[in-house]
Design a protein around this ligand. Structure first.
Ligand SMILES: [Zn+2]
Ligand SMILES: [Zn+2]
Length: 453
């Protein structure tokens, strides 16, 4: 029998945790934090107890066979290595709500991810951005490749999302196939990847899909006949930046999400073609140069100085000789020659640049939106500096029409929407049945058909 069990992330956006278990192995995905509203960076994490504390808080799943002895003992669970099955993780992408908990796992548990996610994860860790510690036993798998653990075969299938390396998984067990989309969209640089995911997974017995965009408004998914008119794409954003680059007289300050490395790479080119140089901070520069070594990297000296010598930031320890450095004085002397990536952590720099910087372009960098208390502070700060707040976010999630299109394309026997405040709004006539599990629910998959245990 194949057993599928559901824990965190079912009726929220974050912390999805599902277990697919066979006679020989146990496959788990993803491993970010759930109920992140209960967490605050201002609370000190306890040195030996952070993993147990997150389990206690409900942010990480109370699951057997994944934690270290100490954590497992404290939470009443079986530690990693003491189960009679091979336990492993598959991680869909490098967004914190899907991978933030990796540093809490037993360091030996195998964690599979796409080859590009692996590359990014190693850079995230080298820059001190991995929570708690870097998980050592990660395995990068190329898009389209498969691997096998016990009697579970997993194919890594690319999707388009606003982070490099995003993928979903097609999981084959002796009793049937399960596909998990991770997060995806059709308005990124590679809509063909999301389309191909649907084709690769067509006919799967079980489809587990994200449903983020069905969260906020009433959606009658079955009645949608096409995408919303004027839905902007990543390519549109590049055009908008090109236009701003020409029209704006002063410095353009931008706040993109730096794990969307392809966008950063495209911005380097778009700004250069339109007479500007994009100034990066060291972490963003490190990501761009890891994936696009041919790109010309220019660092803003002030944000570099702020982290220089910090043990945790790889590039700040050893700035590559090929990288250029531009000073504040140079920016103020000729602001229209530059665009600047400014992380929220570096906001105070705007006090010295406000005369030169009329516009702040917020494009999916943190703080993302009103649910984050820092968002109001960001806006208040800009207002105090008299800098225009220009929201140009694109987002990483397929709009409702495309959520349905994906389900239609796969036409699974069983549809299981999650990663949404309102998963019940995700519907398709092409799905045999739909299940909306609650925390702790388990189902048996036998001969491709699912039944509640
Ligand atoms: Zn997500
Ligand atoms: Zn995501």
């Amino acid at each position: 029998m194949t057993k599928i069990s559901f824990y965190n992330g079912l009726r929220e956006i974050g912390g999805t945790f599902v277990i697919v278990e066979t006679e020989e192995a146990r496959c788990m995905f993803d491993f970010g934090f759930a109920v992140s509203g209960r967490m605050d960076a201002k609370m000190r994490t306890r040195k030996n107890d952070f993993a147990a504390d997150y389990v206690g808080l409900g942010a990480l799943a109370a699951a057997n066979g994944i934690y270290e002895e100490y954590t497992a003992h404290k939470t009443g669970l079986v530690p990693y290595g003491k189960e009679d099955k091979e336990c492993f993780f598959v991680i869909s992408h490098m967004h914190i709500d899907h991978m933030g908990g990796l540093g809490c796992l037993h360091p030996d548990i195998p964690v599979y991810m796409s080859a590009d996610s692996y590359k990014l994860y190693r850079r995230i860790a080298a820059n001190g951005e991995a929570q708690h510690r870097e998980h050592k036993n990660c395995i990068g798998v190329k898009y389209g490749d498969e691997f096998t653990v016990g009697d579970i075969r997993v194919k890594v299938v690319a999707v388009d999302h606003d982070v490099v390396g995003a993928c979903g998984f097609l999981i084959t067990t002796p009793e049937g196939t399960i596909c998990y989309t991770g997060d995806y969209r059709f308005h990124g640089f590679h809509p063909e990847r999301s389309e191909a995911f649907g084709k690769t997974c067509a006919g799967a017995d079980v489809l587990i899909t994200e449903g983020v965009t069905a969260s906020f408004e009433d959606v009658d998914m079955l009645s949608l006949s096409g995408p919303v008119e004027g839905g902007r794409t990543e390519e549109d954003l590049q055009k908008e930046l090109a236009l701003l680059s020409c029209e704006e007289k002063g410095l353009l300050v931008v706040n993109p999400y730096n794990r969307n490395v392809e966008r950063l790479h495209r911005m380097v080119g778009t700004f250069r073609e339109n007479g500007r140089m994009l100034l990066l901070d060291t972490i963003s520069a490190d990501y761009v140069s890891a994936f696009y070594p041919q790109d010309e990297i220019v660092i803003y000296k002030e944000t570099y100085d702020a982290v220089q010598g910090m043990e945790k930031t790889a590039a700040a320890r050893n700035l590559p000789a090929a990288w250029k450095v531009v000073s504040r004085e140079e920016v103020i002397a000729e602001p229209s020659k530059y665009a600047m990536l400014l992380d929220y952590a570096d906001m105070y720099e705007l006090l010295d640049l406000k005369e030169a910087a009329p516009r702040y372009v917020h494009m999916d960098g943190g703080p993302l939106g009103a649910y984050d208390p820092s968002y109001a502070k960001l806006k208040a700060f800009l207002e105090a500096c008299d800098i225009f707040y220009d929201y140009k976010g694109i987002g990483g999630h397929a709009e409702p029409y495309y959520l349905r299109k994906m389900v239609d394309a796969i036409a699974p026997k069983t549809l299981i929407p999650l990663h949404s405040f309102r998963p019940e709004q995700v519907e398709s006539d092409m799905a045999g049945q739909r299940i909306l599990p609650s925390y702790g629910d388990s189902y048996a998959l036998e001969n491709g058909t699912i039944r509640k245990l």
